[in-house]
Design a protein around this ligand. Structure first.
Ligand code: TYM
Length: 334
C-alpha cells in the first residue's frame, strides 16, 4: 500500500515555534520522501471551543499560508480545509459508534480544555478525538506526523481502526503510525519550562509566534526564564532544569547542532551569550517564513485556489473510501 500522510493544525490562532518544530518542519521534510502528503486545516476542530464566526475563513487561509511559507509545496502536497471534504464529518459519526466513552474520558487534552466545567462542555470537544480518527482514516493514511501532545489521540485512532477491522472482519484500515521528530517534539513555554508552548497561554512572552519580528523574538528570548546556575556542560547538569533544557532543545532543533556541541560551546558560562546566539538562530529560522507568510496573504486569490484544488484532490481520495466503508458496514446502496 502506498505510504500516505495526513496531518493538520487548528485555525484558532497564529502558529508558534512549537507548531513549527513539533510538526510543520517534519511535514516539509517528509515531502521529499516516498509519501503522498495531505495537510489539512482542521476548521471543524476549531469550532469545538468558542470562536468568532467572521474570523474563521480568514484564519483558515492564514494557516494554509503558514504551511506554504514554511515550505509545504502545493504542487507536491494536498492542502485543504477539513470542512471542504464532507467525509470527515460522516466518518466521525460512523466511527463514534465504535468508540467507547471510557476511552474518551481518559483523554488528557479534553481534561485540560474542559477543565472543571465538564458538565457544560460541548459534545464536540468530547468527541474531538473521534473526528481526528475520521480525518486520518478517511484517507487510509499510514503515517501521521505530529508533536508529542497528540500521541494519545493517535493511539485512539489506531484502536478505532482495529475495532472497525475486527467488527467487519476486514483489513480495510491500516493502523496509522505516529511520526514524531527527534528534536522539538515538545517545545515548552519560555516562561515556564513545565508547560507546553501554546497559543492559549495568556502571556505572549511565553511563545515565539510565526509573525513576530526580529526585535520581538530577541526580546522574548532575552527575557526567557533560565536559572542562576552556569550554563550546563553535560546532560547530567541539565537535570531538573526544564527551562534550560527547553532553550537548548530549541537551539538544537533550529540549528541542527547536537545538544552536547551546544554545551561544549557555552557550558560553564553565563546565559547571555547563549541567548544572543539563540535569538540569532531563531530569527534566521523564523523571519523568512514570516516574510513569505505576509506576501502570500497580501492577495488571497492564490491561497483560495490552492485550497479549492486541494479540496478537489482530497475529495477524490476520500469519497470512494467512505463508500467502501459504508458497504462493509452493510448500508443500502444502489
Ligand atoms: P494543534 O493545532 O494544537 O497543533 C498542531 C501541531 O503542532 C504540534 N504542537 C507542538 N509540538 C511541539 N511543541 C509544542 N509546544 C506544540 N504545540 C503544538 C501538535 O502536536 C500538532 O502536531 N488535534 C490536532 C489537530 C488535528 C490533527 C488531525 C493532527 C486534527 N486532526 C489529524 C493530525 C492528524 C491539534 O489540535 O493540533
Amino acid at each position: 500500500m502506498k505510504k500516505r500522510i495526513l496531518s493538520g493544525m487548528q485555525p484558532t490562532n497564529r502558529l508558534h515555534l512549537g507548531n513549527y518544530l513539533g510538526a510543520l518542519k517534519n511535514w516539509v521534510k517528509m515531502q521529499d520522501e516516498d509519501y503522498e502528503c495531505l495537510y489539512c486545516v482542521v476548521d471543524l476542530h476549531a469550532i469545538t471551543m468558542p470562536y468568532e464566526a467572521d474570523g474563521l475563513a480568514r484564519s483558515t487561509r492564514e494557516i494554509a499560508a503558514a504551511y506554504i511559507a514554511a515550505g509545504v509545496d502545493p504542487k507536491r502536497s494536498i492542502i485543504f480545509p477539513q470542512s471542504a471534504v464532507n467525509t470527515h464529518a460522516q466518518f466521525n459519526w460512523l466511527l463514534s459508534t465504535m468508540t467507547q466513552v471510557g476511552k474518551l474520558d481518559r483523554m488528557t487534552q479534553f481534561k485540560d480544555k474542559g477543565g472543571a466545567n465538564r458538565e457544560k462542555v460541548g459534545l464536540g470537544l468530547y468527541a474531538y478525538p473521534v473526528l481526528m480518527a475520521a480525518d486520518i482514516l478517511t484517507y487510509k493514511a499510514t503515517h501521521v506526523p505530529v508533536g508529542d501532545d497528540q500521541k494519545q489521540h493517535l493511539e485512539l485512532a489506531r484502536e478505532i481502526a482495529r475495532t472497525f477491522n475486527h467488527r467487519y472482519k476486514t483489513e480495510f484500515f491500516p493502523e496509522p503510525l505516529t511520526v514524531i521528530t527527534e528534536q522539538g517534539t515538545r517545545v515548552m513555554s519560555l516562561t515556564d519550562g513545565t508547560a507546553k508552548m501554546s497559543k492559549s497561554d495568556p502571556s505572549d512572552n511565553s511563545r515565539i509566534n510565526l509573525t513576530d519580528d526580529a526585535d520581538t523574538i530577541a526580546k522574548k528570548i532575552r527575557k526567557a526564564k533560565s536559572d542562576p546556575n552556569p550554563f550546563p556542560t553535560s546532560a547530567a547538569e541539565m537535570e531538573g532544569r526544564p527551562e534550560v533544557q527547553n532553550l537548548i532543545t530549541i537551539y538544537s532543533a533550529l540549528s541542527g547542532e547536537k545538544p552536547q556541541a551546544i554545551m561544549d560551546r557555552f557550558g560553564g558560562g553565563q546565559f547571555s551569550p547563549f541567548k544572543e546566539a539563540l535569538a540569532e538562530v531563531t530569527v534566521a529560522g523564523m523571519t523568512p517564513i514570516a516574510t513569505r507568510f505576509r506576501e502570500l496573504l497580501a492577495d488571497t486569490t492564490e491561497i483560495d485556489k490552492i485550497l479549492k484544488d486541494g479540496a478537489d484532490k482530497a475529495n477524490a481520495i476520500a469519497q470512494p473510501i467512505l463508500k467502501d466503508a459504508m458497504e462493509l458496514m452493510g448500508f443500502w446502496h444502489a
